[in-house]
Design a binder for this molecule. Sequence first.
Ligand code: NAD
Length: 427
Amino acid sequence: MAVTQETLSYLDPARPEPWASFIEQIDRVAPHLGHLSHWIETLKRPKRILIVDVPIVRDDGSIAHFEGYRVQHNLSRGPGKGGVRFHPAVSLNEVMALSGWMTVKNAALGLPYGGAKGGIRIDPRQFSRGELERITRRYTSEIGIVIGPDKDIPAPDVGTSEQTMAWMMDTYSVNVGHTASGVVTGKPIALGGSLGRQEATGRGVYIAAREAGRRMGVAIDGARVVVQGFGNVGGIAARIFRENGAKVVALQDAEATIANPAGIDIPATLVHVAAHGSLSGFFGAEPISEEEFWHLESDYFVPAALEGQVTPERARGLRTKIVVEGANGPTTPAADDILRDRYILVVPDVLANAGGVTVSYFEWVQDFSSFFWTEDEINARLEGIMVKAFDAIWHTAQERRVSIRTAAFIIACERVLAAREQRGLYP
Ligand code: NAD
């Protein structure tokens, strides 16, 4: 049976990234999928795209309109799952790529979800709390036709927080007429959130780094770590690295780049960022240039900001042993090849940052059963799932002689496409 190949007419050919990177990753895995590669086109086009207008009354009485998205990339294995991003660079292309990576991540970890993602193109720092609440509520109401506890479950991402999730949960619940805590994850504890969720992505990044280091002979104790992005993911990962004996020697956020060869005091840095909103002005480290940052010597390099940061040029200059992708899509496929040729191991996003969605899954299960676990239980189960997924992916990489990323994609795509095949096409 021939497979129909068409370009997606709704994408701007002049701005192919990051969807083009996702497609290239899918193309790289196709030859490893045997007869299932027959279904590969399924992964190259999102199942469903919703674009919504989000109008609000601003504090000064004027009316402003924003563009919002919810993309459900694949629902073959279960409801959609993926975060909501508020950032000025959000585009349909970006949300599509992020939704595709969620399909792969959820399947690679064995979570019973498809992949989805959402976003609004705004700079949240330019709006008052009241305006952000109105934007969030109107967006939630507009995407209400496709989300729900058994349809698609959003969570926080860049620029959104547990407060955003509280507003989303409340708006959805008011609209359906009953409290539906399972419609989002990453909620405050008082609303059915899970212990350990806020830390989960950073904790998972640390677990993935530790497992990679164990196999590569790079101990965490005494390791030099460089982290790009000091938000929910980078900040927590840096803290847990330090608690386990590593030295975080450099940090970068959107406003500043700082280094201290003796190790940065992460708890003090977190306090500074909570008070001032950025690393800028932190006294316990020296400002360094962007150029120096990408050439610093380290054992672990953790990109935990945005996609497309590790470019081919930066990949040629990186002086590290292991890259652990806290962010989604931080390494371009061309940069991936350069790192491989330089024997720098890359622990890919779909494995390294999967701790967040894993504890989101726990939160959703707890909401359904109205029975809540202790933080120790959460962390033990997270550890169990991450280590099991790491072992399986590592084993596949060795067996098939492919990168860890391709191995993760092989396992994930086999699961998604087997589900697709078994369900069959309707009608
Ligand atoms: P966040 O908004 O909490 O933090 C983002 C950080 O990146 C901030 O420190 C910001 O200053 C910095 N940053 C932004 N642009 C930058 C630039 N150009 N250069 C350097 N630093 C820059 O977001 P987050 O939740 O920590 O998410 C970070 C990444 O991790 C994203 O790719 C996100 O999709 C991914 N991720 C997040 C979660 C989660 O649970 N929050 C889960 C999985 C993956």
